[in-house]
Design a protein around this ligand. Structure first.
Ligand code: C2G
Length: 446
């Protein structure tokens, strides 16, 4: 019996896929089809796949050509599969010519003619409205945002707003978009906004944009108080728009996997979470300016609280801060959060440097994520018996902002107003804790 294997995503299954599967089947007696898993596709940069893996498997089965469907989940799996299933022929579309020649060592490689004029990319583009996205603010993070948005389907950065005309025009010219110093003109030209201004201005900008019925992706911290964050979420609900906090680590695939592994009990019951983040800056700069909401807590708490709230939950018992102040801002803060059965600590600095790692300690072992843990690319699960240690590696594409943009756009397209990657309650808890430190509640000055 001649066995043939082929692989693909098969998103929005179309005639091109069907022709390919038919031709592959005709090459032998038995056809195995490898359908990519969702995480494998994200890992290879395919961020815009519409159907989930189960839907795609069902679609492939429904063609009637596959004798067996398997899931492709890791790089290098094709070599394993070919040997495991004793495959005679590996077949793939002609868009891949030459790319799989290395498999000739294991079986015959056949590139089948690709069907012209149809593709999943084209179908996605045809069936999808493109949101015009405007950026409010044109500083450091905004400059990194534009190229990242370019790799996400369904969104196009079309405009920038900055009351400073010169800065606004420079940014607009650099990226070939429209620049506005008049908010009303700007907001009427976009469907959604990304707010990338100093912290204290987030609330007013978000409120204005939501009132105009625009979806909002807001940089962290969304606001510096619980009441303001609550008001924004309530307003967004009334207006039927998406409001999402741009806590980029929350949407990073490796971080998500880390959380699900820990929640599945790989280190037993979690007893302690310890996370640090420091960035040395020198005045004059926003991070050290009290007028602009500077300080270590305002700057870094949202990101650093994320693993704690995700893993230990939102029902903490006490929170306390030890802070060193200089020039009216906390240049260093150590925060301790206690839970009934666990404890957590975060160490933050804008004028004190420390190792930026993350350690999650449990009754069976611990997770170690080296600096910079917030851009998780690699982590290790360690045990007393070192032979049981396991290392996990991921690729982190670009600047990492594409994952939050992708989630924001997916929420807009699917009229989904919640994200499990960063829930409203998690955002509100972050705002509560940041507000406590700004008000001096349970703060010990050191
Ligand atoms: N295909 C085709 N004609 C089209 C579109 C796609 O013949 N108009 C073929 C592709 O060449 C591929 C298969 O259909 O053989 C699946 O295509 P995709 O779903 O785009 O998956 P792809 O990214 O090519 O996956 O491990 C995954 C594989 O390496 C390739």
């Amino acid at each position: 019996m001649k066995k043939v294997i082929t692989y693909g995503t098969y998103d929005l299954l179309h005639q091109g896929h069907i022709n390919l599967l038919r031709r592959a089947k005709e090459l032998g007696d038995y056809l195995i089809v490898g359908v990519t898993s969702d995480s494998f596709d994200i890992g290879r940069g395919k961020l815009n796949v519409r159907n989930n893996v189960l839907e795609r498997v069902e679609a492939v089965k429904a063609t009637g050509y596959a004798d067996e469907v398997i899931i492709e989940d890791y790089l290098g799996q094709k070599i394993d599969d070919i040997q495991k299933y004793e495959v005679d022929i590996f077949a793939i579309g002609s868009d891949w010519v030459g790319k799989f020649d290395y498999l000739n060592e294991y079986c015959k490689v056949v590139y089948l003619p690709r069907t012209e004029g149809i593709s999943s990319t084209q179908l996605r583009a045809e069936t999808q409205l493109i949101s015009r996205l405007g950026i409010i603010g044109s500083g450091r993070i905004a400059k990194r945002f534009v190229p990242e948005a370019a790799v996400v389907n369904g969104v196009e950065v079309t405009a920038v707003y900055n009351p400073d005309q010169q800065e606004c025009q420079a940014f607009a010219e650099k990226f070939g978009i429209d620049g506005f110093s008049d908010f009303e003109l700007f907001i009427n030209r976009v469907d959604a906004v990304y707010i990338a201004t100093p912290h204290k201005s987030h609330f007013e900008y978000a409120k204005r944009a939501i009132k105009y019925g625009k979806h909002v992706l807001c940089e962290v911290p969304m606001t510096l108080s619980l009441s303001e964050s609550k008001e924004l979420f309530d307003l967004a609900e009334q207006q039927g728009v998406v409001l999402l906090e741009a806590n980029k680590t929350a949407y990073c695939p490796a971080f998500n996997h880390l959380v699900t592994l820990v929640k599945s009990g790989v280190v037993g019951q979690v007893v302690d979470v310890r996370a640090s983040l420091s960035k040395m800056v020198h005045a004059p700069i926003r991070e050290l300016d009290p007028e602009q909401g500077g300080g270590a807590m305002n700057e870094h708490a949202s990101i650093t609280l994320l693993p704690i709230l995700k893993i230990l939950g939102l029902d903490y018992s006490t929170v306390g801060f030890h802070s060193r102040y200089e020039g009216g801002v906390d240049v260093f803060t150590k925060m301790v959060i206690n839970y009934p059965h666990a404890t957590a600590a975060i160490t933050l600095g804008v004028g004190v440097k420390t190792e930026g790692d993350l350690v999650i300690s449990g009754t069976k072992g611990y997770v170690y994520v080296p600096a910079p843990w917030w851009l998780t690319e690699y982590f290790e699960i360690r045990h007393e018996d070192q032979s049981k240690n396991k290392k996990y590696f991921y690729s982190y594409d670009g600047d990492g902002l594409r994952y939050e943009i992708q989630e924001f756009v997916s929420m807009i397209i699917n009229h989904r107003h919640r994200s499990y990657k960063l829930s409203k309650r998690e955002s509100l808890t972050m705002a509560t804790i940041i507000e406590m430190s700004n008000k001096g509640t349970n703060v010990t000055r050191i």
